[in-house]
Design a protein around this ligand. Structure first.
Ligand SMILES: [Zn+2]
Length: 177
């Protein structure tokens, strides 16, 4: 492993084997209450101006397949999550699902009411508000996501996993220390 300006690099095959990761969480340095398996993606730069100029469906499809080719993933086995990590994750995922399902229920509910009630134009506003909540649920969902929580991501070539500013307790237990 190597450490550069707060970012630790671990080989992807080390992270992909159970039992290699520390027993303290990377974020808070607290003892892990559970080990989590997940798949980490690399960050991909999506060119912004093509998104604006190319609004046709074929362009979209091409860009998505470009994206698919550039994304690298790494398996993570037994990542340590402490009590704080798990409660943060549970909280944000709960907020996200309340927003999503609450928004959906509001949207569908107001449409249903609109079909039986006459002269209720305000329902359109309620339906819109419910609908607007759906994409907004992505924000708490991202906050509770494992890459965000762990501060880890896959390198662009997929050969290693990068961990940003891990706790000392986590860093001290890494293989090769
Ligand atoms: Zn933690």
């Amino acid at each position: 492993m190597s450490r550069q300006s707060g970012v630790i690099t671990l080989p992807a095959d080390v992270v992909g084997q159970p039992g290699n990761l520390p027993r303290h969480c990377a974020r808070h340095g607290l003892p892990a209450v559970r080990q989590q398996d997940f798949v980490l993606q690399s960050k991909v730069k999506v060119e912004g101006n093509r998104f604006l100029t190319q609004s046709n469906v074929i362009g979209m499809g091409e860009r998505l397949s470009d994206y698919g080719k550039k994304v690298r993933t790494a398996d993570v086995k037994g990542w340590p999550l402490c009590r704080k990590c798990t409660s943060t994750r549970a909280l944000w995922l709960a907020v996200a699902s309340v927003m999503f399902f609450g928004g959906l229920a509001t949207f569908v509910g107001s449409l249903v009411v609109a079909t039986v009630a006459d002269d209720m134009q305000w329902l359109g506003g309620v339906a819109f508000a419910g609908f607007a909540l759906l994409p907004l649920a992505a924000f708490p969902f991202t906050l509770g996501s494992l890459p965000r929580l762990t501060g880890a991501r896959t390198s662009p070539d997929g050969a290693s996993v990068l961990i940003e500013n891990p706790s000392d307790a986590f860093a001290a237990e890494l293989p090769g220390q």
